[in-house]
Ligand binder design. Structure first.
Ligand code: ZN
Length: 340
């Protein structure tokens, strides 16, 4: 994975945000769907973050794009709180949380050796606290989805599905979705949860965090033969072949989706909506188009509506230059459809 990171180094350096802070589209109807977001989701490590394949600016680009379209305003933007130590401990071990105080551990979990220049005293403010904030965003979005009339909310971050209770990996250090589930269960807000993971990498961390938990159901649809190897065994795992097209992907997902609701009887759905099945992603081999990603997300949301279950989107992975754009277009289309 580290070799892959450096192979993407030059692309990362020259990545330029394509959305500017241009004028908001006039007469557009702001969406009533809550968008959870903070500019602090973005990590800034003296520009070194651009050497990593994860486009940490994608949250900003998507938010600014939706704002420009008039779909998101200050009114429907919800600023999250960082997860507390007590909340983190519902899933992570105390030893693991202690390990996040050392730069070398965090750099290893994030597969970003260039971060080792950060002094230990600054690792929390520069990196860890931002992951805690984006993870708090997933919890905030879940609370909103459970209480608002639209029964949906979007966190423009999160979906850190490779983080395990005692170790971080695959660019993920906080298991935001499992923690949100445990917090809501503890508060008596939900009993059962379904995770629909359509990032092209298996949500191995989520599976380990929720292993042997009969109140949760993990569904992951991912490419075989790529990270993570070996795969974990979730409640329902569907492997797609390298080179999967829109048609095959959507047909496969459609054949699975209603059964997931029947088996899990969820009070809430967390959609881990990574965009790395897109053609050209450097860390996978999918051949999906922007339209295919939008149809995928609409299919998951439609299933939630059909079954009357609140829907929470988290963004997760996506490493091609235009992954953010596919995600932005998909969210835009969901918000516009909801406004009608
Ligand atoms: Zn991924």
């Amino acid at each position: 994975m580290i070799n892959l990171i450096f192979s993407r180094l030059l692309l990362g350096i020259f990545a330029i945000p394509l959305v500017s802070c241009a004028t908001v589209v006039e007469n557009a109807q702001p969406s009533s769907i809550p968008i959870v977001y903070s500019p602090k989701y973005k990590i800034n490590v003296f520009g070194m973050e651009k050497l990593h394949p994860f486009d940490i600016a994608k949250y900003d680009k998507i938010y600014k794009g939706l704002k420009k379209d008039g779909l998101v305003t200050e009114q429907n933007t919800v600023k999250p709180n960082q997860l507390t130590e007590e909340q983190l401990l519902l899933v992570h071990t105390p030893e693991y949380l202690k390990s996040l105080k050392k730069t070398k551990n965090v750099a290893s979990y994030l597969e970003a050796p260039q971060l080792k220049i950060i002094p230990n005293r600054m690792i929390d403010s520069m990196i860890v606290s931002r992951a805690r904030l984006a993870s708090g965003g997933t919890l905030a979005a879940a609370r909103l989805a459970l209480t608002n009339s639209d029964k949906m909310a979007i966190n423009l971050g999160g979906g850190f599905h490779h983080a395990k209770p005692d170790v971080g990996e695959g660019f993920c250090i906080i298991a935001d979705v499992p923690i949100a589930i445990k917090v809501l269960q503890k508060e008596g807000k939900i009993t059962r949860a379904l995770i629909i993971d359509t990032d092209i990498h298996q949500g191995n961390g989520t599976i380990v965090c929720l292993k042997d938990d009969p109140t949760t159901y993990t569904f992951s649809m991912h490419e075989g033969g790529i990270y993570p190897v070996p795969k974990e065994v979730g409640d329902r795992d569907v492997e797609v072949a390298a080179g999967v097209t829109d048609e095959v992907y959507l047909k496969t997902l459609e054949a699975e989706i209603d059964d997931l609701f029947k088996k899990s009887k969820p009070n809430i759905v967390f959609h881990v909506a990574g965009c790395d099945a897109l053609e050209g992603d450097p860390l996978a081999n999918g051949k999906m188009s922007h339209e295919g990603i939008a149809k995928r997300d609409a299919l998951v949301l439609a299933a939630c509506k059909r079954h009357g279950v609140p829907y929470v989107m988290t963004l997760s992975g996506g490493y091609s230059k235009d992954a953010w754009n596919a995600q932005y277009k998909s969210i835009k289309s969901l918000l516009e459809a909801e406004a009608k």
